[in-house]
Design a protein around this ligand. Structure first.
Ligand code: ACM
Ligand code: ZN
Length: 508
């Protein structure tokens, strides 16, 4: 049986066939899950349950004594029943996702073939990151994406909310962040080397109410939403709104081009930390997640080197240099957030010997030897290696087959405990609409989902690829576009003869 993505741990088929009809009843004590199951099956099959039958039932059975890890489940299909049991609601939810993929239609009737599936994930962190800054993405798009990622049992949505090109979350105590910081005059199009601009302003932000709505929507699908407030770099939109946040204190503009910008938060002024704590107070009030992502990537140190406040801080705190000053900056924010019961995660540039011991590192670039060096010291990593998880590049540069990778450094046995999961990010510099977003993300994200869930000895790229058409029908129903299977794995010959196209994007 090769029909479920991500590939489950254990599948034992039997000869029975379950018939799903409008008479089928749902038995469970968890009313939210029953409601979700009913609406989802109605969307998937067109069958609206009347629940009148006593010999055709789907049972969701929460059994806390079951010896299965938190997110695991057992699904049993016989002629008269489908029983999903798990020790947690998450497990039941993942059993439902498996059931959705098992249902098939024949001559206008719906069936599930007899099977027993015992399943659980390999990693606890199975993430997708969406950059809503380079291009604002409507709430409806975010909800569609949540529906698509939970289908393949992903459980973290990392929202990248602040950038040089826009600040996208309402902060009531700092209204200029959205009055000024959420708007830019124009947007570069085509490629980094292009001189073209779209010729129109771009803006957008989420009210706190909208964010709460997204979090609730995600929660019902067992997806945790993690906010990213990037410090100290990628902060031009905040500095445009409140210029005193930078070392020079000069007015700058929200950026219209991608890149890495010199003006970052000043690490010397106390007012920077007052501001950040004020912002984070509101952020943690909205996001129930234990994790707050604090960015930390691509923060040039030119301004800090020339800033009397930053230099004074280095002296006073007895720091080695500006790199060490970033560790100080990160640790100070981490400590503040820890006092509020939160844990930070940041891109690998936050690493340093004295980094806060609980900080999780999201690995995206650099020598993986560093991962090996820090795991024995207790550091936890989420793996997002650029060449194997970045969805913002086209299929010539990042074919789907590269996404089907082993995230734990060799030897796996030694390092497995330090890797808590995998995340696939989409940066949206060149992604202005759902058409483009869908094409970039799907079906590559399904590969990440399998990497994050399935045991390595059960992974098989050819079999995985064969299963993709069954997932595409769910994307069709959600109205999410995707790349055609014929284009996702260009041959290396084609890739190298089209090298110049690797960093080109359509001019939209
Ligand atoms: C990153 O891609 N700058 C984390
Ligand atoms: Zn400074």
């Amino acid at each position: 049986m090769n029909i479920i993505t991500p590939q489950p741990r254990e599948i034992i088929t039997n000869e029975n066939v379950f018939t799903f009809s409008k008479e089928t009843s749902i038995n469970t004590t968890i009313s939210d899950l029953a409601e979700y199951l009913k609406t989802t099956l109605a969307l998937d099959t067109g069958i609206i349950l009347e629940q009148t039958s006593t010999d055709s039932k789907i049972e969701l059975f929460l059994d806390e004594s079951l010896e299965l890890e938190c997110e695991g489940y057992i699904l049993r299909v016989s002629e008269i029943s489908i029983i999903i049991s798990a020790s947690s609601e998450e497990g039941l939810f993942y059993g439902i996702q498996t059931l959705r993929q098992l249902l098939y239609e024949k001559k206008g009737k719906w069936f599930v073939d007899g099977v027993k599936i015992i399943d659980k994930p390999r990693f606890e962190w199975r993430g997708f990151m969406l950059d809503v800054c380079r291009h604002y993405q409507p709430v409806e798009t975010i909800k569609k994406l949540i529906d698509a990622i939970c289908l393949v049992k992903m459980n973290k949505l990392h929202l990248h909310l602040t950038e040089d090109q826009g600040w996208r979350i309402e902060i009531k105590n700092y209204p200029k962040l959205t009055e000024i910081g959420s708007k830019r005059k124009d947007t570069k199009i085509g490629s980094h080397l292009s001189k073209k601009f779209r010729g129109e302003p771009h803006s957008g932000f989420y009210t706190q109410e909208e964010i709460r709505d997204v979090i609730q929507y995600a929660k019902k699908r067992y997806v945790e939403v993690i906010p990213e407030i990037n410090i100290p770099g990628h902060s031009s939109a905040a500095i445009s709104s409140y210029p005193n946040l930078s070392c020079k204190g000069e007015q700058i503009e929200v950026k219209t081009k991608p890149g890495i910008y010199a003006d970052i938060y000043c690490a010397g002024k106390e007012t920077t930390f007052d501001f950040l704590e004020g912002v984070l107070d509101e952020v943690i009030e909205i996001f129930p997640s234990k994790y707050i992502h604090i960015g930390g990537d691509e923060a040039p140190k030119t301004r800090w080197k020339a800033c009397p406040y930053c230099q004074e801080r280095i002296k006073k705190e007895n720091l080695k240099d500006e790199r060490d000053l970033q560790v100080y900056f990160t640790n100070r924010v981490a400590k503040y957030l820890e006092s509020k019961g939160k844990c930070i995660i940041g891109w690998n540039e936050i690493l340093g010997e004295s980094l806060n011991k609980n900080a999780i590192v999201q690995w995206w670039l650099g020598n993986p030897k560093k991962v090996k060096k820090y795991i024995p010291k207790g550091r936890k990593f989420v793996m997002s290696p650029f060449g194997k998880t970045y969805l913002d590049y086209n299929y010539l540069m990042h074919p789907m087959r590269k996404f089907y990778f082993e995230p734990v450094p060799n030897p796996v046995k030694t390092y497995e405990s330090g890797i808590i999961g995998v995340e696939t990010p989409i940066w949206t510099e060149w992604v202005p609409n759902l058409e483009r977003l869908g094409w970039q993300v799907f079906p590559r994200l399904f590969a990440t989902a399998e990497v994050a869930w399935t045991k390595p000895n059960l992974m098989n790229y050819a079999l995985f690829k064969k299963r993709i058409p069954q997932l595409l029908k769910f994307l069709d129903a959600l109205g999410i576009p995707y790349a055609e299977l014929e284009e996702v794995d260009p041959s290396n010959w084609k890739r190298f003869t089209h090298l110049r196209k690797w960093l080109q994007w359509p001019e939209v």
